[in-house]
Design a protein around this ligand. Structure first.
Ligand SMILES: [Zn+2]
Length: 763
């Protein structure tokens, strides 16, 4: 009874006798008190309440969408990845070659953006971020809380967007911290370093090979946040912090790398190299790569923007392509070409540089001795059907050493026959040519070669002088190093050490010698023959340094060759080392399809090697030792003579081995050319001006192309100029090998650098 609402209760009227009405009321009250009737009442009440609830919900969802949606997301749970900082890459002296800098990803939460702000957000962000207006505007139709607008945005740009957000009271634009790879030296060492993709994953070079070490471990941040992305309570935040990646310390020296690259770039330009050039400087005892570069053929690409094509030939070809598919294919091929590290990924026939290997096998196996003699008539009949030739001339009778010094093909065909195919193949494998070197760089090519069973007499003949087997430049310099370092095959490598963010060593790579291939005795013998080759008449000669080396010129197979005019194409290369008696560094330079005054390795690549070694050796701490003759040609500084009596100036210059010529009638020096402090070769003429207001004498640079050393010196001297001779000491000036071009006007006494080349009778 008690719980029945009043509206259903009929109060009984107390009286003496029960009327009909009273009976009816009693009956009604009894019905109401029945539990079954109580249930009915409850159902009616709940139904009514439910209807009210539905109406309220309908009102909320239709009328108050914006208000309540905002309330709902005010307690979003966000689960974000914390990107780890990628480790840096340093050269051997801890100069930064690659590092990661903070940047941001700009995102939108379209659901949170007020419709009234669509236009201003799209137009402002498209302008600041340089992104299409419609691309941003379309995102507002996405029913989501997260949409990326642009990645890798730098801090100054983020600041502009933040101030826009504050000014306009914008909601729904967010920033996520990320990191961006940065290569402070631009294209330097690009092929070695490689680059990363937008996700910070290494895609080439050491960035790819050591990605697992560099990338670190991502963290997670789980937070409850309100609509403005402010974290709500500290209790609602769970953070698994990211682990920073390890850093790499390379064996590479930035300065040596610079010298190598600039010399290669000049060579590509000067010799019109069609298919790129590569160079490697290696420590012959440890296998450390001191420098490694690829130039030409897009070889200057910048890892900061690796997808931009560099080679003008590619850009031109693409600009006239109309077929989209064809263009896309060309573009991706051109990219691969531009990223190819020729030093490890290109196969080539080494030509005569390989004779160093054949000579080593012959002496090591005692198949030949230094006393053996060989005959070269230029043409050499290998079989009744096959005749092979010496490169330039018939050498006649030669000793074993002369075969190598003269780079005689018939000589080496005979030496190869003495070795025989079984021993040849065994040592070919011993020197590592049948395996990859295992260098810590991606994309090392596998060599293509004849096994002993595949070699008949003709094949044995051609492989003996470096044709027919295709190898990589890194294999060649590694085997060459074994020949001169006492016989040890080392594993070349570019990373010396892996360190953590505090600089502690995580892993270091020592000096992995794989095996001894030849004895120290054989090594010493071959090395001393190689030192005979780099004499003062050789184009690779560097004054003050005793070096050894061997050049090579190999014709490319017809299917490899791409010369449109049907010209025969060649690869010219040169491998040198220093110091002669205790080799430390080897340098291999290879020019792929030079179109120059000659095809031969000695003449083309010798001066390139000389330039690199003359820069690198003193820098690496190997001091020059000049002969008397060389000493006479070394540089001295022009002393400070301004104000001196002419007679005093005379004696100061004489002391330094310099000559002089006076211009003017005064008693004291008022000006000198070359000026004080300039380095000039001994024997140069310094012009002394004595007038109070001297007028400098200018002279025109003459053309010395085609002249010998003596005649070039005399022509320049007559013109009132000084000369610094480079290259071979008995040679000729070819092409544009003078530092200041003919026809230019320069001050009297200016030093002109002139390089001389020997037209060698060997390749
Ligand atoms: Zn010959």
């Amino acid at each position: 009874m008690d719980r029945v609402p009043d509206c259903f209760r009929i109060t009984a009227v107390k009286c003496s006798g029960e009327t009909e009405l009273e009976a009816a009321i009693k009956k009604r009250n009894a019905e109401i008190a029945d539990p079954r009737n109580k249930m009915t009442a409850m159902v009616i009440i709940l139904t009514a309440l439910f209807v009210v609830l539905i109406v309220v919900l309908a009102v909320i969802s239709i009328g108050g969408h914006e208000k309540y949606a905002s309330l709902a997301i005010s307690q979003q749970i966000r689960d974000r990845t914390i990107q780890p900082k990628r480790g840096s890459i340093y050269d051997r002296n801890m100069n930064v070659l690659a590092e990661s800098a903070a940047c941001w990803t700009v995102t939108l939460s379209p659901i949170e953006v007020k419709q009234s702000k669509y236009d201003i957000i799209a137009s402002t962000l498209s302008e600041i971020l340089e992104v299409d207006y419609n691309y941003i505007y379309d995102k507002f139709n996405e029913n989501s809380y997260y949409s990326v607008v642009k990645r890798k945005v730098d801090e100054p740009v983020i600041k502009r967007i933040k101030s826009f957000i504050d000014q306009e009271g914008i909601s729904g634009v967010y920033f996520e911290e990320d990191s961006k790879r940065y290569y402070p030296n631009g294209s330097m060492a690009a092929h070695l370093l490689g680059f990363t993709g937008t996700d910070n994953y290494g895609l080439a070079g050491v960035e790819a090979y050591y990605n697992g070490y560099l990338s670190g471990t991502a963290g997670r941040l789980i937070t409850a946040e309100n609509a403005r992305s402010f974290e709500m309570y500290y209790d609602n935040r769970i953070e698994y912090s990211a682990k920073e990646g390890y850093s790499l310390v390379l064996s590479v020296d930035k300065v040596a790398q610079y010298y190598l690259e600039s010399a290669l770039e000049n060579a590509v330009r000067e010799h019109n190299v069609q298919n790129g050039a590569t160079g490697i400087i290696m420590d012959v005892n440890t296998g450390e790569i001191i420098a490694m570069a690829t130039k030409g053929q897009g070889g200057n690409y910048d890892p900061n923007s690796p997808f931009t094509l560099i080679d003008q030939r590619d850009i031109d070809a693409l600009s006239i392509m109309t077929n989209e598919q064809e263009a896309a294919k060309y573009y991706s091929n051109a990219q691969v070409r531009q990223w190819t590290n020729k030093a490890v990924s290109d196969l080539y026939e080494p030509g005569s540089v390989f004779k160093v290997i054949t000579a080593s096998m012959a002496l090591e196996t005692h198949a030949a001795t230094l006393e053996d003699t060989y005959y070269c008539a230029r043409a050499h009949k290998v079989t009744d059907e096959v005749t092979m030739y010496c490169a330039i001339t018939a050498h006649g009778w030669e000793t074993f050493s002369e075969c190598l010094v003269n780079s005689c093909n018939p000589g080496f065909i005979q030496i190869g026959q003495q070795v025989g195919r079984a021993r040849f193949y065994s040592y070919f494998k011993g020197f590592g040519f049948a395996d990859t070197t295992g260098i810590d760089l991606p994309g090392e090519a596998r060599s293509i070669y004849y096994t002993d069973e595949q070699m008949a007499i003709v094949e044995l003949a051609s492989v003996s002088y470096g044709q027919s087997n295709s190898i990589t430049p890194i294999q060649m310099i590694t085997a060459f190093s074994a020949v001169i370092n006492g016989g040890y095959l080392v594993k070349p490598h570019v990373v010396n050490q892996i360190i953590d963010s505090e600089g502690n060593t995580v892993e270091s790579f020592g000096n992995p010698v794989k095996r001894q291939v030849i004895s120290k005795e054989t090594s010493d013998t071959v090395r001393s023959i190689l030192c005979e080759i780099i004499n003062p008449q050789n184009s690779a000669y560097v004054a003050g340094y005793r070096m050894g080396g061997k050049s090579g010129t190999a014709e490319k197979l017809s299917e490899q060759a791409e010369a449109p005019d049907g010209q025969r194409t060649f690869i010219a290369s040169f491998c040198v080392f220093a110091p002669a008696d205790n080799p430390q560094y080897a340098l291999l330079v290879m020019l792929d399809e030079a179109r120059s005054y000659t095809i031969f390795g000695t003449s083309l690549v010798g001066p390139v090697c000389a330039k690199i070694m003359s820069d690198v050796l003193p820098y690496l701490g190997i001091d020059p030792v000049f002969s008397e003759d060389e000493m006479a040609r070394t540089d001295v500084g022009v002393p400070s003579l301004s104000g001196s009596l002419v007679s005093v100036a005379f004696s100061e210059l004489q002391k330094r081995g310099l000559a002089y010529e006076v211009i003017g009638d005064g008693t004291n020096v008022t000006l000198t050319t070359p000026q004080t402090g300039f380095a000039v070769p001994r024997g140069s003429v310094v012009y002394l001006y004595t007038d109070p207001e001297p007028i400098e004498r200018f002279v025109m640079v003459p053309d010395v192309k085609g002249e010998s050393v003596e005649s070039a010196i005399s022509i320049l001297k007559k013109a009132g100029l000084n000369i610094r001779c480079g290259g071979a000491s008995e040679g000729w000036v070819v092409a544009n090998l003078q530092s200041i071009q003919a026809g230019e006007e320069v001050a009297a006494g200016t030093v002109i650098n002139v390089d001389f080349i020997v037209y060698s009778s060997s390749d």
